[in-house]
Design a protein around this ligand. Structure first.
Ligand code: BG6
Length: 469
């Protein structure tokens, strides 16, 4: 008998800001992601104040799910998806983030998308916001620097929970909430102004986001008690560079930056360590009287997380490299992707164990995947054996975590199941998809969809419930 239960949620994952496009159509307002230009592996994306003429913003069209959703969902169904994870673009529902009226055209778009998914028996798994706070809220309130944005988020959540309560059961509040500690601009559009204390700004906004998340969880459960609402964290577990005790502490501290967020969302309160950090760093986090209770009442039902790579931490002074959203020491035992991300399937099992041991909540791997250059051959094929290898090894380790370690995992969604733009670099050429999209780094291409070899492989994996890898 397979170790994977029959109701396991196999599927794919994407996000509005990297896939949907239609950035100014159907009444949509500007989001933070719409103000990020394209970068490259070693050139950061620029975060501009609004959209500046003459600059190229890859999210504006992205790979155009907005106009192709029927064709794309049919392709997902062809792989046998049980679920599809994406996000709702907040500024499609509230263009500025805080208006009195919701945008009906935006709501209707997601009704159409969810109906199309449900037609094929595909369960929508929805992130409430994935790096796409309405830019209006950045201009007015500095995004989550202000508690006003908590109210806007809760109102937006209420609107979508009520509207889709019979279509969507699985939700997550903030994508990779812990990346706040590393990149507050990309996460929620926060700019640290001259003279501001970076840590103070980050952790005040983080507190506001945690309160917003807890309020949404509580409200969601009231609207539909069957809802399953998760957090979503970016999970590169950090190994110590050596068995030197100081390296162990360095790794522990790197992991604590992740746990800072997941502890609150899973347990409903700040850890003693987090509270000490506020004191030691002299951070003065404004909390309302009711916040403790809100956090307690709004803990999550499951842990959504992304896993691409592991990290290494050391007590030495040493140059770090950019991994997924955070910096880390190079791991000499791992082969790297072209973007320098260490490939570590065993680390995936380790990660699953760390999370499950700590919280005993069901886990949902909502992002795992391999970014690579793909070549469309003249006979219209894409051979991507490296991607198949990556997935095969990671799914094998996931099965060990279930079978040997007893970890409760409810689903697995392959990131960027169709080519989309990279969040980190804004590139198109860093492709994750099992479906190729004809578009390049400069925005050229006819957006034609072509099935890659990995598509057929994943179809077989799903059909055999993970038996035939
Ligand atoms: C995760 C994000 O951090 O990693 C995704 O949730 C992102 O939005 C993915 O696309 C892969 O990162 P990148 O930078 O290769 O797109």
């Amino acid at each position: 008998m397979s170790v994977i239960p029959n109701n396991f949620l196999w599927g794919g994952a994407a996000a509005a800001n990297q896939y949907e496009g239609g950035y100014n159509e159907g009444g949509k307002g500007l989001s933070v992601a719409d103000c990020f230009t394209a970068g490259e592996k070693n050139r950061r994306r620029e975060y501009t104040d609004g959209v500046i003429e003459g600059k190229y913003y890859p999210s504006h069209i992205a790979t155009d799910f907005y106009h192709n959703y029927k064709e794309d969902i049919k392709l997902f169904a062809g792989m046998g998806y049980k679920c599809f994870r994406t996000s709702i673009a907040w500024s499609r529902i509230f263009p500025e983030g805080d208006e009195a009226e919701r945008n009906e055209e935006g709501l209707q778009f997601y009704d159409d998308v969810f109906d199309e998914l449900l037609k094929y028996g595909i369960e929508p798994v929805i992130t409430i916001t994935h790096y796409e706070v309405p830019y209006g809220l950045v201009k007015k309130y500095g995004s989550f620097k202000s508690r006003k944005t908590i109210d806007c988020f809760v109102r937006y959540s209420e609107v979508i929970f009520k509207r889709y309560k019979d279509k969507v059961k699985y939700w997550m509040t903030f994508n990779e909430i812990n990346t706040m500690a590393h990149d507050p601009a990309q996460q929620t559009g926060i700019r640290i102004l001259e003279g501001e204390n970076r840590k103070q700004v980050i952790y005040q906004a983080a507190h506001n986001m945690l309160v917003a998340s807890a309020k949404a969880v509580k409200l969601g459960h009231e609207i539909n008690p069957d809802f399953k609402i998760g957090c979503m964290i970016c999970m590169p577990m950090f190994y110590p560079e050596t068995c030197k005790p100081d390296d162990q502490i360095a790794a522990m501290q790197a992991n604590d930056e992740v746990y800072f967020f997941s502890d609150v969302q899973c347990r409903g309160y700040y850890s003693a360590k987090a509270k000490r950090m506020f004191v030691k760093e002299e951070l003065h986090i404004e909390m309302a009287e009711e916040d403790e209770q809100i956090l307690r009442e709004g803990s999550v039902d499951y842990i959504g997380f992304s896993y691409y790579m592991s990290g290494v931490s050391t007590s030495r002074e040493v140059e770090t490299v950019q991994g997924n959203m955070m910096k880390m020491v190079k791991n000499p035992y791992l082969v790297e992707s072209e973007w320098g991300w260490g490939i570590d399937p065993v680390g995936f099992r380790f990660c699953l164990n760390c999370l499950y041991d700590r919280y005993q909540l069901p886990l949902f791997c909502v992002e795992n995947g391999f970014g690579a250059h793909d070549e469309l051959t003249s006979d219209g094929k894409v051979h991507d054996p490296y991607r198949i290898d990556y997935y095969r090894q990671h799914i094998e380790e996931m099965k060990k975590a279930m079978d040997i370690d007893g970890v409760d995992i409810i689903g697995f969604t392959a990131w960027g199941c169709i080519d989309l733009i990279s969040a980190g670099s804004g590139e198109m050429k860093k492709r994750y998809g099992m479906i190729h999209v004809d578009r390049d780094n400069e925005g050229n291409g006819n957006l034609k969809r072509t099935i890659k070899d990995s598509y057929y492989w994943y179809k077989k994996v799903i059909a055999t419930n993970g038996e035939d890898l």
